[in-house]
Design a protein around this ligand. Structure first.
Ligand code: G3H
Length: 542
């Protein structure tokens, strides 16, 4: 079996070894932000952006490559951004919230086209800023672009459906979805584009105005899109902030002027932000939070398939996905065979730089390697072993996955969301242990189940579907396809996202109703014919 330690020790390139076509250089425009329809340069303090990719010096030393600097905006800028979004909403009378759906769709299309033109630089920045592989960075960009296109289609359908009048019990009404107000959207560092845009785009589509705070890592990756935002939407509809979350978010939330909070990240942070709003009943929250999705490998599982899916599920993007499998629960009768095959596959995973054809890449969070080491140390102290030869081999920002076995409830790894390349494997004898685990877990996003006997699978699925929101049969956990609901129970989520669900989340049903009698019909008919109202209408293409 290969031992990757040598490879890990020599992982990082010299400056001259970085292929020209993939080199990002130093991104000079990191100090820009978008407010009130203007891209401004920040005159104040900047924060250097260090890539997880290190460069090897002549003396063998490693240094994280500096790829730019972003603005460390403060409370004043946060207030300007908020005021700009509030003005653009204009208490629901602004240009954007009252714009016809057809025109809003045109603007979204213009944004999608403007975004497309920036694919190359965004993909490059994603690779260098968060260490995501070239292939996955391209996928993130393309998937986001497709999400916008799908949102446009979904909104068109919604508008078509809502253009009909409903008649019931002597009342005639046109029921549409109307915007909520000003949205604050925040995505996480692991999908700095996709996760933010799957809230920001539907928020805009429904006529809300938006302030977005870019994630801790991945700020630069978003900046090439500022022009597309500025040029596609009316002044103040989109405002983009860069900097420290604690500094920026407090003044925005405590103002009480945010109507929708879309936050993807840690539950603790989400709770803190939400509590800052002085009128909780006025705030709608849409959140993707913590998760520790388990894979349950049954006695009769196709072990090759289970191993293949669990390797992808635990280690795609180094395990830095909210949907990653973060605990493998394996029937003790097959555990030995499963672990042996799993280890074999993990050891074959290629590691290297994001632009190479590799699966494992450096990690962006400072101190992450040390935190992973501490989790493994806790487990080994309590009786587990790192069972793969290269497990835990590290070099600066890189950590080769540790497969840790057997993990028990006494160990931190059994409970905490590692969000990185550690695979904890525990065993079970009886399915009651699995049920008890699912019920006791504070997380409720997804689970994977590997097996085929309906007599075992049936009751297991029936327990799991009431503890999580997606059970993946003989497959890893994942968010996609984006037409499917993405949500969770307990500490894992609030509200549901999918292309169509998100349009609902960022809007509220509002209607115009009248008596279904001659007078009511006459007044409604005149209104529709006059085209004086953008809300009340039966056509959707003006
Ligand atoms: O980090 C959470 C993402 O929404 C996961 O998406 O399952 O497509 O990687 P994914």
């Amino acid at each position: 079996m290969p031992d990757n330690r040598q490879k890990v020790a020599q992982l990082f390139p010299r400056a001259s070894e970085v292929p020209k076509e993939h080199d990002v250089g130093f991104y000079e425009d990191g100090d820009r932000w978008l407010v009130d329809g203007e891209i401004r340069r920040f005159g104040g303090a900047l924060v250097e952006v260090e890539s997880p990719v290190c460069i090897r010096g002549e003396d063998g030393s490693l240094e994280r490559k500096k790829i730019g600097a972003h603005a460390a905006l403060g409370a004043d800028e946060a207030k300007l951004a908020l005021d700009s979004a509030v003005r653009a909403y204009g208490d629901g009378r602004g240009e954007w919230p009252t714009m016809s759906v057809a025109r809003r769709l045109e603007r979204l299309r213009a944004f999608a086209d403007g975004m497309r033109a920036k694919r190359e630089i965004v993909v490059k920045l994603l690779m260098w800023e968060i260490g995501k592989s070239l292939e996955d960075s391209q996928k993130e960009f393309d998937r986001t672009h497709e999400y916008i296109k799908d949102t446009i289609e979904a909104l068109r359908d919604l508008d078509r459906q809502n253009s009909r009048f409903a008649i019931d019990k002597g009342v005639i009404a046109q029921i549409r979805r109307a915007p909520l107000g000003v949205a604050l959207c925040m995505g996480p560092f692991n999908y700095p584009l996709n996760e933010a845009y799957t809230t920001l785009i539907p928020a805009l589509a429904m006529g809300n105005t938006v302030v977005t705070k870019l994630p801790r890592f991945g700020m630069l990756s978003n900046l090439p899109l500022l022009e597309a935002f500025r040029d596609s939407f009316p002044r103040g509809v989109v405002n983009v902030l860069n900097g420290d979350g604690k500094t920026l978010i407090g003044p925005i939330m405590t103002s009480g002027k945010i109507d929708v909070l879309a936050f993807i990240g840690a539950a603790k942070t989400g709770d803190t932000i939400k509590k800052q709003h002085p009128f909780p009943h006025r705030l709608r929250s849409i959140m993707g939070l913590d998760a520790k999705n388990p894979a349950i490998v049954l006695e009769d599982a196709d072990l090759d398939l289970a191993v293949r899916e669990c390797v992808k599920g635990t280690l795609s993007f180094n395990g830095q996905r909210c949907t990653a499998l973060k605990l493998l629960l394996v029937n003790e009768k097959v555990a030995e065979r499963f672990v042996a095959r799993f280890v074999e596959e993990v050891e074959k995973l290629p590691c290297g730089m994001p632009w190479e054809r590799v699966s494992l890449t450096p990690l962006p969070e400072p101190g992450k390697v040390e935190r992973l080491q501490a989790l493994v140390a806790d487990a080994t102290k309590k009786g587990a072993r790192v069972v793969n030869p290269s497990g835990g081999a590290s070099n600066a920002t890189f950590y080769f996955p540790s497969v840790v076995f057997p993990v028990t409830k006494a160990m931190e790894l059994y409970h905490v969301e590692q969000f990185g390349p550690i695979v904890p494997i525990a065993t079970f004898q009886d399915l009651e242990e699995v049920f008890a685990h699912a019920v006791a877990s504070p997380y409720g996003q997804q689970a994977s189940v590997f097996g085929r006997n309906p007599k075992v699978l049936g009751p297991l699925l029936d327990v799991l579907v009431n503890q999580v929101c997606r059970v993946n049969l003989n497959a890893q956990c994942q968010r996609g396809p984006d037409s499917f609901p993405f949500t969770g129970r307990k500490d894992s989520a609030e509200a549901t996202l999918s292309v169509t669900d998100a349009l609902r989340c960022f809007s509220i049903r509002s209607m115009v109703a009248a008596s279904y009698d001659d007078y009511g019909k006459q007044v409604l008919g005149d209104l529709v014919m006059s085209r004086e109202s953008r809300f009340l209408r039966t056509d959707f293409l003006f």
